[in-house]
Ligand binder design. Sequence first.
Ligand SMILES: Cc1cc2nc3c(=O)[nH]c(=O)nc-3n(C[C@H](O)[C@H](O)[C@H](O)COP(=O)(O)OP(=O)(O)OC[C@H]3O[C@@H](n4cnc5c(N)ncnc54)[C@H](O)[C@@H]3O)c2cc1C
Length: 476
Amino acid sequence: MGGLSAAAVLAGAGWQVTLCEAGARVGGKANVAEVDGVEFDTGPSVVTLPHLLDGVFRAAGSRLEDELTLLRPDPGFRYRYPDGVCLDVYHAPDATRESIRAALGAETAREFDAFLAYARRIWDAAAPHFVTGPAPSPATVMRVLPQLPSLLWAIDPLSTFRAAIHRHTSSPHLRMLLERYATYNGSDARTCPATLNCIAWVELGLGVFGIEGGLYNLVRALERVAVRRGATIRTSTPVRRILCESGRVSGVALDHEQLEADAVICNADVAHVVDSLLEHSHGLRRPDQASMSGWTAVVRAKTAERLAHEVLFPSDYEAEFADIFDHDRPPREPTVYLCAQGRAHGRTTWSDAEPLFVMANAPPEPTRGTRDERIWPDLRETVRARLLDADLIGADDPIVWERTPRGLAQTYPGTRGALYGAASNTRFDAFKRPPNRWSRLPGLYLASGSAHPGGGVPLCVQSGRLAAEAVIADLG
Ligand SMILES: Cc1cc2nc3c(=O)[nH]c(=O)nc-3n(C[C@H](O)[C@H](O)[C@H](O)COP(=O)(O)OP(=O)(O)OC[C@H]3O[C@@H](n4cnc5c(N)ncnc54)[C@H](O)[C@@H]3O)c2cc1C
C-alpha cells in the first residue's frame, strides 16, 4: 500500500519511478487467492478514512470516486457476546446509538455518546500532528507550543486505553466493543495509550467501508493510476541491497542488475531494511515489539443468515490479551472475526457458497526461531466450533485457504507475521516509529506500517504519500 501510493504520487508529479516488488503480484498484505474460479481477499477486509485514499488519487491526477466504488453495508457489524446478547453496529453513529439503546439500555447509549465525543476530541486534536502530517519532530513541538496544554489534555496521553474506557463506561458489553479497537493496530488494550481510543471515532463516527468487487480493487486502482502516470512496476523483483555512494543512497541491487536512483523509498518492514537491505544501519533500529499477528482462513460457506462482518466475543476477553501478550501463545478462546465477502464487498461468489474470511488474533512469530505449527489445528477446531454453534457456517463447509503467522512472516520479511508493523503497547511507541525521511542516510525514505504514521491501510497509504512528498521537497 505504501509503495504503490508513493509510486502514484511521484509519478503524478512527473518523476521517473520504478517499483520493485518481490512477490508475483503487488499489494503485499492486501492480497488475494483464488479457488475454483472465485477470487477472495486474504488481507484487509475494511477501509476507513477514505479521504486519505482520495488524497493520493488526487495527487496522481485522479479521484477516488473515479477509480473505486465504496460500499456501506448497513448494519455492517454484528457483535455476538457469550451471554447471547447481539449488538448491531451501523454506518451512522445515531443508528448505532439506537441499536445500543435497544440491546443494552438507555444508560449504555448515553455512555456511548459520551465516549464517542471523547474519542472524537482525541482524533481532531491528534490527526493533524501525529497521523496525516509528517512525523512529530522538535519543530512540530515548537509550532504547537501555544496550544500544547489543550492538545495534551485532548489526547489523554497519561491514561491507558482500557482505563479511559472504564472511566467513561460501565457496561461490560460496551467495554468489550471499545477494547477491541486496540487490536485494530495490533496492540494490547490493557497497556496501550488512551490516545488510541481515537480509533473508536474513526470506526464508529467516520465509518467503515467496503470496496465494490473486493478490497484488492484498491490495490489495482493504485497500480493502474501509477502506471497511467508513467511508473514502471516490476513484480517478482526482490531488492537485495540498498546501494550507497559518497554518503548517500545511489540505487538498489537486484539479483542480476543494479538500478541507479536519486532516492529510494523502502516499503519493506524496517526490520528487513536494517537486517538485510542496508550494509550499515545508519541509526535505523528494528522495532522493539511487533504488533499482533493472526490465524486466518477462508471458508466456502453455503448460504446462511449473517451480516457483512461478524464478531464473536470469548467468555473471558482479559484472558485473550493475557494469552497473546503475557504468555506469547494463541488465545485458548479467541475472539473470532468473520467477513462475508459477497455482502461486504459485493464480491462474486461460488454459485452455492460465499467466501468467508475468518481471523483469530495471535502473537507474532518469536524473534528467534519459529513457533511449533502443531498448535494451529486446535485453534482451527475452536474457531470452527464457535462458527458452527452460531450457525454462521455449516458442518460440511470446508476451509479452502489458511495461513498461520509463520506463513505471513515468511512472505513478508522482517515482519514476524505482524499485521500492522510495530506495536503501540506503551506511551512512547508511536514516537519510536522512524519518520518517512531518514535524514541520517540522505536519499533513503521509509513508508509502510513500520514507519510513520503506522499500520492499517489508510495510514500505510499516507506513509507512502508523506515519503513521496519528502522526496519532492528534498530533490524537486
Ligand atoms: C489478515 C490481515 C487483515 C488485515 N485487516 C485490515 C483491515 O481490515 N483494515 C486495515 O486498514 N488494515 C488491515 N490489515 C493491515 C494492512 O493490510 C496493512 O497494514 C497494510 O496493507 C500493509 O501495507 P504496507 O505498505 O506496510 O506494506 P506490506 O503489505 O507489508 O507490503 C510490503 C511489500 O514489500 C514487498 N517487499 C518486502 N521486501 C522486499 C524486497 N527486499 N524487495 C522487493 N519487495 C519487497 C513485499 O513483498 C510486500 O509486497 C490487515 C492485514 C492482514 C495481514
